[in-house]
Design a protein around this ligand. Structure first.
Ligand SMILES: [Mg+2]
Length: 413
């Protein structure tokens, strides 16, 4: 009960953009994508790959994200297909966050278009206005400044905010309420409408176990006493589920801080003496670090390579190219040059190799500068093609796992 009392004062919101990728694609091309009712975003240039997002009209035909593009086009042959506008999506996402941060500094980004906000203790700031009023103002501010529609759900916990957002969201057959706040004390009643499968973190495996005991809905769980649930599920899981079906969730909204550096290193099982082998390891490390960098929507000004020799001497070398970088190709090219420099200075077997990226700039802040990068290709300078290619690879890896794309050859090799 203590938990419920402590939680009763919390004011948590989730702002989630409606059909994010589709909306951004439409804003970029109002005459084309903006006018196509059935719009599918994703895939590759040759209409293969998978759907990243589909418009509500296309969803009515059964198209959904992660579906193979070929199948999506069989279901909805008239659909217009456009690639994911990564740069524009990152910029929009950043812009939405900036608007939200004016309402509270406690903003946590859960995905490219989902943001948790904690407004606890801000009642005074907002003249005691009801949370639903604040949520509506947030929604209007985001729409006015970014041209994106967001659904805002809220309540005393993250779990309740998430479920409220799902209820208030538009769908293929309904416009959605746009804002839904579950009042403090009403969480239990609100939760009764859900099946267990609809609760976040109740995955397919757990659902199957619960079904075995005749538990399919929140109500099914509420009807059992604790002793029965404990006998079936064990104490830990029974208590977790009991909290869950009552909307109890003590997770906090943790404001994101930008990282100062992103690094990957590897300690070898057996010391590596061969330069070609070190280059191969370096390529993997550079790929992983640069994927993390792009995931954060950042570019790095400085690339550093660290090597620890067999006798535990640690050496490093860094370079700051004229323009910031984020592609696999450019980062590996710079890292390789640094590795060569370190190896020329001292060529003994290596115990550890690492790549670090630092001195970040936001991708969208760097964009105008980068577009000035004209024809002459500096070593380690990257082109628009490099950046687009890198993001396409990220998408494929995200969907199919890190080993989906074996490299045929090393870039800049
Ligand atoms: Mg969304």
């Amino acid at each position: 009960m203590d938990e419920a009392v402590r939680q009763s004062d919390r004011r948590i919101l989730l702002a989630d953009a409606d059909a994010f990728y589709v909306s951004v694609a439409r804003l970029l091309d109002p005459e084309g994508a903006g006018r196509a009712p059935c719009l599918i975003v994703g895939g590759s240039a040759d209409r293969r790959g998978v759907v990243t997002s589909a418009s509500y009209e296309a969803r009515r035909f059964g198209v959904h994200s992660a579906m193979p593009m070929a199948r999506a086009l069989r279901l909805c042959p008239k659909a217009m297909v456009v690639p994911v506008p990564w740069e524009a999506c990152a910029a929009k996402s950043r812009h939405v966050r900036e608007v939200l941060e004016r309402f509270t500094p406690v903003v946590e980004q859960a995905s490219s278009d989902e943001f948790y906000l904690d407004l606890s203790g801000t009642e005074g700031l907002y003249g005691g206005e009801p949370l639903a009023t604040t949520a509506t103002r947030i929604r209007e501010a985001v729409r006015a400044e970014t041209a994106l529609a967001v659904t805002v759900g809220g309540g005393t916990t993250r779990l309740v905010a998430k479920l409220a957002t799902n209820v208030a969201k538009p769908g293929p057959d309904h416009p959605g309420a746009g804002v839904l706040i579950v009042p403090s004390g009403a969480e239990g009643e609100f939760l009764r409408r859900f099946t267990l499968a609809e609760l976040p973190l109740v995955g397919p495996k757990l659902q199957e176990r619960l079904r075995h005991f005749g538990l399919r809905t929140v109500d099914d769980v509420l009807r059992r006493d604790r002793a029965t649930l404990v006998a079936w599920l064990g104490e830990r899981e029974a208590d977790w589920l009991s909290d869950r079906v009552r909307g109890v969730d003590d997770g906090d909204v943790v404001p994101d801080r930008e990282p100062k550096s992103i690094s990957r290193d590897e300690t070898f099982a057996v010391d590596v003496r061969d330069d070609a082998e070190l280059e191969r390891r370096l390529l993997e490390l550079a790929d992983r670090a640069s994927a993390d960098l792009r995931e954060e929507g950042l570019l790095a000004r400085t690339v550093t390579v660290k090597i620890r020799d067999a006798d535990f001497t640690t050496r490093q070398a860094g370079r700051t190219p004229p323009e910031p970088v984020c592609s696999d190709r450019a980062i590996y090219a710079l890292a390789r040059e640094l590795l060569h420099r370190l190896r020329r200075a001292r060529r003994v077997p290596a115990r550890l190799l690492g790549v670090a990226l630092s001195q970040f700039v936001r991708a969208e802040a760097a964009a105008p500068q980068l577009s000035l990068l004209a024809a002459p290709r500096l070593a380690g300078a990257e082109s628009e093609r490099d950046r687009v290619l890198a993001r396409v690879l990220d998408e494929v890896r995200e969907r199919f796992g890190p080993d989906a794309l074996a490299r045929g050859r090393t870039p800049a090799g």
